[in-house]
Design a protein around this ligand. Structure first.
Ligand SMILES: Nc1ncnc2c1ncn2[C@@H]1O[C@H](COP(=O)(O)OP(=O)(O)OP(=O)(O)O)[C@@H](O)[C@H]1O
Ligand SMILES: [Mg+2]
Length: 352
């Protein structure tokens, strides 16, 4: 049961600040996902934990012990890289056994057999990487990382080269293996759906800065800032632009206002964004009504999504296919409390 704690990590490459003051913790046996757009510092974070690079400042503790002076091979950390690199001239068996080839205390044959079983590749022992599919290669890379029984497993976008169906199936297998081995795991991805479906906790990053650490549900329901609200959600959260007027949101190019419970006083004239989840629209409208025009309706599987125009701005809303509206109709609606947020348009600070 390995606990990891990353405290106040800074890392720069020349003038590029890759990470600044990054802190998070992983409880034992937990599956944590590092999520964020390309270049936000995910791989850099994993490399520091694995020991391939040194941070400029901060601490990394494994079960309470500072590991910064421990060389990578003595950290007992398994790593599956972003671009998996198997040894092309070696068989599946040899690839998997690579990390334990000098270890006399392990029954290597048995261990490789167990791992082949675990990743579902019995019968593939003698094949070379070129004779495997991409998904099979990725499972060999996983088995190779698991061979020395690591305390902590780091996976850097292990499935990004695979098609959607295979990704989903391998994702489920990785989760099962992690549970079976009770392994503390960090899984890097830039795909929010992947992170949400696999992780106990998600660490969301942007440009080297940690934004929020929470369950995927919490990130979606209670984003700490605009970036988090906008990063999670398909279709994305609606953005309606306006300014503050006497504690209310006033639509841009319109006199229409919308009241909000604010966390702090906000100056008149501040540029703000009302962010609305597509499922937070209520029809028929309740007491507080907003007026819109129905521009389009389309079905996505079981859901019916409508494109609305409100005070000259567009938003998408889930509205039941049974609701009697047509393209071109005016429609009144109300907003739920849940899934509706007010943000400062310049700083991204959450105001409501
Ligand atoms: N060795 C290096 N030298 C210079 N800059 C680097 C180096 N490694 C990373 N960087 C920079 O640090 C930042 C973070 O890079 P990192 O590889 O950690 O991003 P990432 O989140 O893994 O992105 P991706 O999703 O594209 O893999 C980027 O701006 C990148 O250009
Ligand atoms: Mg990366």
């Amino acid at each position: 049961m390995t606990k990891l704690s990353v405290k106040g990590i800074d890392k720069s490459f020349g003038d590029i600040v890759a990470l600044h003051a990054v802190s998070f913790a992983l409880e034992g046996r937990e599956f944590l996902s590092l999520l964020g757009p390309s270049g936000c510092g995910k791989t850099t974070t994993l490399r520091l934990i694995a020991g391939f690079d040194r941070p400029d400042a901060g601490e990394i503790l494994l079960d309470g012990k500072d590991i910064l002076r421990v060389p990578p091979e003595k950290r007992h950390i398994g790593f599956v890289f972003q671009n998996y690199a198997l040894f092309p001239h070696m068989s599946v068996t040899k690839n998997i056994a690579y990390g334990i080839r000098f270890n006399r205390h392990i029954d290597r044959k048995r261990r490789v057999g167990d791992l082949l079983e675990l990743v579902g590749l019995r019968g593939f022992e003698r094949r070379k990487p070129a004779e495997l599919s991409a998904g099979q290669r990725q499972r060999v890379a996983l088995a190779r990382a698991l061979a020395p029984t690591p305390q902590l497993l780091l996976l850097d976008e292990p499935l990004s080269a695979l098609d959607a169906k295979l990704r989903e199936s391998l994702r489920t297998q990785i989760r099962r293996i992690q549970r079976e081995l009770r392994l503390s795991t960090i899984y890097v991805t830039h795909d929010q759906e992947e992170a949400s479906s696999i992780a106990d906790q998600v660490v969301l990053m942007k440009q080297g800065l940690l934004q929020q650490v929470d369950t995927a549900r919490k990130l979606y329901d209670e984003p700490v800032n605009f970036f988090v609200a906008d990063f999670l959600g398909v279709p994305p959260i609606n953005k309606l632009y306006g300014t503050m007027l006497d504690g209310s949101f006033r639509f841009r190019d319109s006199e229409v206002c919308c009241e909000f419970p604010l966390r702090r006083a906000v100056q008149n004239g501040t540029d703000v964004i009302m962010a609305v989840r597509p499922e937070s629209v209520i029809v028929p409208a309740g007491e507080r009504k907003l007026k819109s025009l129905v521009l389009e309706r389309y079905s996505i599987g079981k859901d019916e999504l409508s494109l609305l125009s409100i005070e000259g701005q567009h938003m998408r809303a889930y509205i039941s296919g049974d609701y009697p509206i047509h393209i071109g109709d005016p429609m009144e609606f109300s907003l739920k409390k849940k899934g509706v947020f007010l943000f400062d348009a310049n700083t991204g600070e959450r105001l409501s």
